[in-house]
Design a protein around this ligand. Structure first.
Ligand code: SF4
Length: 235
């Protein structure tokens, strides 16, 4: 199921186009069961939805930019190419992020400890890690993905050779920082409400829906796929 929003009211993304993806029976069924942040791995999957992945890769607005993140292993994700949706590998460890970058997959570090904010940027094995600038913006700032990178959001850059670090945040922050299962940032709050609603209000043929949505956007639009949800084959 795919929910599409032409102009998000999410303060992190800013007023850009976004989507949410879920299964019909469980919100978490497009997510990989292997994701350590997933609070319901038993309702999730190990399989990428290849038809949806093909549609997603091509779902870029005319003269625009599109990006997303996936917690499936980087070897299951396509290498980044200009003109395609940039699929960032969400790594749980620094070593996994470095391996992804070495294999042509842009990567992010999913949930670094919140109190590590002042420890970055830093390089490991010649790969630079730097915190998402929205998380470093002062309180009250209007900085968002819509203004990131002066029109070229960092996460939408296919040729990026550095890793974006996301500090753990939200009500699941403590869980995300621990070794226990769970801590997904979309498990509560307004994001969770939108995401849970995708099961009933979303479009059933998500491959067709994502193509249609990208085509419907004005030229030059920014499109962030999957504020919540992933590439899995929903059961
Ligand atoms: S690095 Fe830029 S594009 Fe990526 S999440 Fe942060 S603000 Fe958005």
């Amino acid at each position: 199921m795919l929910r599409t929003v032409s102009k998000s009211s999410n303060s992190k993304t800013g007023p850009i186009a976004v989507t949410y993806r879920s299964g019909q029976h469980s919100t978490y069924s497009t997510c990989p069961a292997s994701c350590p942040l997933n609070p319901k791995p038993a309702e999730s999957t190990a399989q990428v939805d290849q038809a949806y992945l093909r549609a997603l890769s091509a779902a870029v607005p005319t003269a625009g930019q599109a990006w997303t993140y996936s917690h499936f292993h980087w070897s299951k994700l396509p290498a980044a190419k200009p003109g395609r949706t940039v699929i960032n590998y969400s790594a749980d460890t620094i070593q996994d992020a470095i391996a992804a970058v070495r294999h042509g997959r842009p990567a992010v570090l999913a949930a670094a400890p919140a109190d590590s904010r002042d420890s970055w940027p830093v390089s490991y094995d010649q790969v630079r890690f730097a915190v998402c600038p929205e998380q470093l913006a002062p309180a009250g700032s209007t900085f968002s993905c819509s203004t990131c990178g002066n029109g070229r959001p960092l996460c939408a850059r296919p040729d990026r050779d550095y890793v974006i670090v996301f500090l753990a945040h939200g009500t699941g922050r403590r869980l995300a920082e621990s070794d226990d299962q769970g801590g997904c940032y979309a498990a509560s709050g307004p994001t969770a409400i939108q995401w849970h609603g995708t099961r009933t209000a979303g479009q059933a043929d998500d491959a067709a829906a994502v193509r249609r949505f990208a085509r419907s956007l004005p030229p030059g639009s920014l499109l962030r796929h999957h504020i919540a949800g992933d590439l899995g084959l929903a059961v």
